[in-house]
Design a protein around this ligand. Structure first.
Ligand SMILES: Nc1ncnc2c1ncn2[C@@H]1O[C@H](COP(=O)(O)OP(=O)(O)OP(=O)(O)O)[C@@H](O)[C@H]1O
Ligand SMILES: [Mg+2]
Length: 543
């Protein structure tokens, strides 16, 4: 039945239909069964007594021999064809008579003595009229209607040979001995009970429909909410969630699973958008980098071209001397020297720039380094030494935290470049005479790994918060006017950041305007030094 219901029917309809179908089936089964039982009870309720009565009537009937003569009270004989009331049994309304084949039994004619009251014709049972309809081998039980009216009779009958002594002579023949009891109007009773049954069943079905629709609707409400949520999510509201319900219920656990799934989808979706945005940002950065790089390269190139043009306009050294054309000014060998010096300076600045760019590009490609254990203490000490020579007017100090090793795995030349860039910044971007301090100590990385910490601190002009955030960008210069004079490209710190990141470390700056700047490099400590199991050689090297 369930399979023949079309797929488009709603779950609600299916559920209610199924429940109602089952209930109706149950009600019909109960009604049919109970009516059947009731009917058989009503028709057979007197069967035992009827059988006893029949037996006693049969016995008195056949006491005179092999034929049957109906014995009435007061030693009278019953006339065949008439129905007499039987008084001697537990059945108060039993009747007996001998039916002559081809005719019905009729009421007892009044005036016969010694019997019960007469029966009205309409109350007499309607018997079959064929001879020996009751059979000859034992008595049979039968239910028959009354000859008129709606009553029903229960009849026990047996084919007998009867004999009757009338005044006109002895009558004899084959007849049917009938003992009958009126069992009332069973048909209309059954009809009434059936009608009552149908009415009650209909009421039950009606109530059940109303209650069922309500219950099913209330229980399907969470599913509708899930559906609504799904629609909202489809419309783009990824943050919507199915309302929480008790997870012990089916709908509750479904909702929970859905919510978990939705969170994962939202997470994945956000991550994808994030990575798209990141890709977009890096592309943007790259475009800006290329633009900045070309711009930076153009500056020295313009200068070089300027000098070349100046030289050509003057017609070169010899021509100028021969023709004396142009602005009339001659290029002296001194002028040429000066121009050539400037060209050389610009070219070497360009060379440095190209060098830096190449380095950055190589690091972007993640070229492998020449990794060896490097003692940062040596590097720091060397850098301080160099700086002291370059700026004898400054106080440049090295401060070392006691009792620790400062060995990191790295490319020594690159790490020297990191410290060198920081030192040169401290010297170039602060006024002459400003003291510089290099501190070496221990710390931990964000990844909780033990690290060597190298600080380059100065008490120069410092950086604003916005500048501090941007100093590690390529080509960023905090004060373009000032540093242009100092010849900076704005790549030094970008290179520092790239190199430190390539070594698995972190770089940061702490600064405020007027309070100097402290650049901090943290590099992971070599694993051997982490457990404090440094051998003596290393310990000596670091001291
Ligand atoms: N110690 C410092 N004190 C104040 N400002 C600084 C300091 N170090 C760097 N800056 C600012 O940060 C900017 C970026 O420094 P970065 O080293 O990247 O470039 P640069 O020094 O200008 O050029 P170069 O590529 O030659 O190093 C500098 O232009 C400067 O304005
Ligand atoms: Mg610099």
């Amino acid at each position: 039945v369930a399979r023949s219901i079309p797929a488009r029917t709603s779950l609600r309809t299916k559920l209610i239909t199924a429940v109602l179908g089952l209930v109706i089936m149950a009600l019909v089964t109960i009604s049919v069964a109970s009516i059947y039982v009731l009917r058989s009870y009503l028709t057979t309720q007197y069967d035992t007594q009827l059988t006893q009565t029949f037996a006693s009537v049969y016995q008195t009937c056949t006491t005179n021999g092999s034929y049957c003569t109906l014995q009435l009270t007061g030693n009278h004989e019953g006339t065949p064809g008439y129905l007499y009331s039987v008084t001697s049994t537990s059945l108060s309304n039993a009747y007996a008579g001998i039916q002559i084949p081809g005719s019905q039994l009729s009421k007892f004619s009044t005036g016969m003595p010694g019997v019960g009251s007469a029966k009205q014709q309409q109350d007499v049972p309607e018997l079959p009229t064929a001879s020996s309809w009751a059979g000859t081998s034992g008595a049979i039980l039968e239910s028959v209607p009354a000859q008129s009216g709606s009553g029903t009779w229960r009849v026990m009958a047996e084919t007998v040979t009867y004999r009757y002594d009338a005044i006109t002579g002895t009558q004899q023949g084959t007849g049917t001995l009938v003992v009958a009891v009126e069992i009332g109007d069973t048909t209309s009773m059954i009809k009434r009970i059936t009608a009552f049954d149908i009415a009650v069943s209909a009421a039950i079905v009606l109530v059940l429909t109303i209650v069922g629709v309500g219950v099913v609707r209330a229980n399907l409400r969470p599913l509708e909410e899930i559906e609504e949520t799904a629609e909202e999510i489809a419309a783009g509201h990824l943050d919507r969630r199915v309302p929480e319900r008790d997870p012990r219920t089916e709908v509750g656990s479904l909702g929970r699973s859905l919510n978990i799934m939705l969170s994962q989808i939202e997470y994945a979706f956000n991550a994808q958008q994030e990575s798209e945005a990141a890709a977009h940002r890096s592309e943007e950065r790259m475009r800006r980098f290329v633009a900045d790089a070309s711009h930076e390269l153009r500056t020295p190139l313009t200068a070089i071209r300027g000098f070349a043009e100046y030289y050509r306009q003057r017609g070169g050294v010899e021509q100028a001397m021969v023709t004396g054309n142009g602005a009339g000014e001659h290029l002296s060998p001194d002028d040429l020297d000066r121009i050539m010096h400037r060209v050389e300076a610009e070219a070497s600045r360009m060379g440095l720039l190209v060098e830096d760019l190449l380095l950055l590009a190589r690091m972007d490609q993640q070229r492998p380094f020449d990794i060896k254990p490097v003692d940062l203490l040596t590097l720091g000490a060397d850098a301080v030494q160099d700086a002291r020579m370059m700026a004898p007017d400054r106080s440049i100090e090295l401060e070392i935290a006691p009792g620790a090793a400062f060995i990191v795995d790295g490319d020594e030349a690159r790490l020297r470049q990191v410290i060198g860039n920081l030192m040169s910044n401290a010297l170039t971007h602060t006024p002459a005479g400003t003291p510089v301090m290099v501190r070496i100590g221990s710390g931990t990385l964000e990844s909780r790994q033990p690290a060597v910490v190298l600080d380059v601190a100065d008490s120069g002009p410092g950086l604003t918060e916005e500048q501090a955030q941007r100093v590690f960008e390529r080509f960023y210069r905090a004060d373009a006017a000032r540093t242009r004079v100092a010849g900076g490209n704005g790549l030094g710190l970008a290179i520092v950041a790239s190199l430190v990141a390539a070594h698995g470390g972190q770089v940061s700056v702490q600064s405020a305007p007027g309070e100097g700047a402290t650049f901090r490099v943290m590099l992971p400590l070599v694993p051997e030094a982490q457990s404090g199991e440094l051998d003596d050689e290393d310990a000596e090297a670091s001291s």
